[in-house]
Structures are given as structure tokens and as C-alpha cells.
Design a protein around this ligand. Sequence first.
Ligand SMILES: [Cu+2]
Length: 149
Amino acid sequence: MKRTSLTALALLTLTAPAALAESIITIAHSKAFETAPSAMAGGGFMEITNTGTTDDMLIAVAADFPRVELHTTEFTDGVAKMMHVDGIPIPAGETITLEPGGFHVMFMGLRGDPLEVGESIEATLTFKVAGEVPIAFNVVKRDMAAHKN
Ligand SMILES: [Cu+2]
């Protein structure tokens, strides 16, 4: 089950172990957009801040989907194309934003089970230095985004 109640997720967050000292990762505004019933994939977005002293990298996202990838978006003659990346660098002291038109998490293989507003996607981020960080992506209406996609 990829959908859990917000209460359960709050407990999960509270009991999560603290990140290692050298790369201190905090996540803000994690969200996913609702998808059309026929959609095969949905995007996950967030702000990742590294307040530590060591550069880090987001190298994997685990969630209950057939496949979850890290993507970037490249524009060629104004046409956006998503590309798989092995990692998203999170330099020490910086905030990296995953957003439409840029880096994002791709939840793949929805197969007629679309992301719906009000759902929450439980996921585990894996960082090269900080290790595993559990988070939840709240599914929101697409038009709440200030960005194009
Ligand atoms: Cu993508």
C-alpha cells in the first residue's frame, strides 16, 4: 500500500533517526501532482536543504510503485524532455529545488491507479552521506503549482 494516513506518517517522521552530523538534510514542501486516470507516471517535488558541512547527493527514492526514478528536464528547441539521472547533487549549505521543468522524482507504473488529491505517498530518500530520510509527498491539485509543466 502506498497510501497511508497522515497520522501514521506524522508518527513515522517523529520516530525517524536524526541525520548524520556532517550532512544535515531537511526537506520542505514535498508534494506530488494529481494525475489523469490513464497516466503512467507522476512527478514528485520538494526543496532539499543541506545545512551540513559536507556535499551530499540524493541517489535514490523508494516508494511503493513498480519503479521510481530521479529525472532532470532538458529543453531542446523549447521541447522539454525528461532524462534519467543517477543522482542530484545537494552541496553543503545549499537548497536544491525539485520542480516541474527541472529535477524531479518520477513515480512510474501507475497503471490505472492515479495519484489523487488528499493522498499521501510514503517514500524513503537515500542520500550518499546522510543516508535514509523518510518523507511523505502530499498529492495536490496541479493548478496549485506556480510552475509550468
Ligand atoms: Cu520525469
